[in-house]
Design a protein around this ligand. Structure first.
Ligand SMILES: CC(C)(COP(=O)(O)OP(=O)(O)OC[C@H]1O[C@@H](n2cnc3c(N)ncnc32)[C@H](O)[C@@H]1OP(=O)(O)O)[C@@H](O)C(=O)NCCC(=O)NCCS
Length: 304
């Protein structure tokens, strides 16, 4: 059994410059929106300054509930079992309290990270949901959604001025605000991330749902080597099923983007959704999408 490390021997601070890249690698955040939010790094306090662990914190937008912060932490394997994970969690709790957040959420893949499940359970977190990643043939989605879109159009459920616009031709700050207000991050942080996406070769894979002059949806995802990954989908409240819409917007965005993906050689599409997201789960079942990964979502309450 390793000795616990003395808290004064650990330097825990916001990551800067090249440290941010090291944190993202350690946290295994390859997704495009993994760049959002705060990053913290833990190093030894001696001059060698070895990396011990990393932490990311992302404020989630919850209109109906108190705000929650999504936390992801990882300790370098060699240093585990010495109290560093506990120091990271204490930092996450203090930062969440400072941000006015009332809950901490964390996603863990139990197959890849059984230590994370044991750790969060030991810390009093509760397992509240599942996050399932589905996989389906892109052509199948496009073929299945086309008649559905036709029916929605015929019954006038899709506004005549609704259209998908590549991110570079859309009002970027309004799209960032939609993301910040209804999914995660701050308008400035999301704007910076969206601007970064625009300089990449696959910039036109990301698109915005416009109705007239207004931004009502954003779909971030791209196609690489025949695989389309949908990283984030956000809709304005009035375009959601819960906002009284028939659910056309989500289907419309997906159908249009996957048609685009198909033209770029997409064979397979991957998307994720939590167990509580019934419309997307129903769509996954209807498309015959296969679950390929199941993560646990843990939740912990922050005392004021
Ligand atoms: C989860 C993780 C951050 C824990 O880091 P750590 O430095 O080993 O954690 P600590 O030493 O502070 O452990 C604190 C407590 O968690 C529990 N715990 C941690 N690892 C455990 C394990 N493998 N089995 C059972 N309990 C465990 C124990 O109760 C421990 O208390 P103790 O020290 O009194 O025994 C680390 O295992 C890790 O990086 N895992 C991969 C990433 C991950 O799963 N992150 C999810 C959380 S965001």
């Amino acid at each position: 059994m390793n000795d616990r490390i003395a808290p004064e021997s650990v330097h825990l601070r916001p990551a800067e410059g090249g440290e941010r890249r090291a944190c993202r690698m350690l946290l295994q955040r390859g997704d495009r929106l993994g760049h959002l939010g705060e990053l913290w790094i833990a190093t030894t306090a001696d001059p060698d300054s070895q990396i011990l662990g990393a932490l990311s914190l992302l404020t989630l937008s919850r209109t109906e509930a108190a705000s929650a912060v999504l936390v992801s932490g990882r300790v370098v394997r060699h240093w585990r079992g010495r109290g560093i994970g506990s120091l990271l969690l204490d930092t996450a709790i203090a930062a969440t309290r400072h941000l006015g957040g009332r809950a901490l959420l964390s996603q863990v893949d139990p197959a890849a990270d059984p230590d994370g499940v044991a750790f969060l359970a030991a810390k009093g977190f509760e397992r509240t949901e599942f996050l399932t990643t589905f996989e389906v043939a892109t052509s199948r989605v496009v073929e299945s959604l086309a008649p559905l879109i036709d029916r929605l159009r015929q019954s006038d459920r899709i506004p005549s001025d609704a259209r998908m616009v590549p991110l570079r031709h859309a009002p970027l700050v309004a799209a960032a605000r939609l993301h910040a207000d209804h999914l995660a991050g701050t308008t400035q942080g999301v704007s910076e991330t969206l601007n970064d996406l625009l300089v990449r070769d696959d910039a036109d894979d990301h698109a915005v749902l416009m109705i007239g002059d207004e931004v009502h949806g954003l779909l971030i995802g791209n196609t690489v080597d025949g695989v389309t990954v949908v990283d984030a989908e956000v809709l304005s409240p009035e375009s959601r099923v819960s906002g009284g819409s028939s659910g056309w917007a989500s289907i419309f965005m997906l159908a249009e983007r996957l048609e685009w993906g198909l033209s770029r050689g997409s064979r397979i599409t991957r998307f994720s959704c939590v167990s509580g997201n019934r419309p997307t789960r129903r769509l996954a079942a209807r498309l015959g999408a296969q679950p390929i990964r199941e993560e646990f979502v843990f939740s912990g309450t922050i005392d004021r």
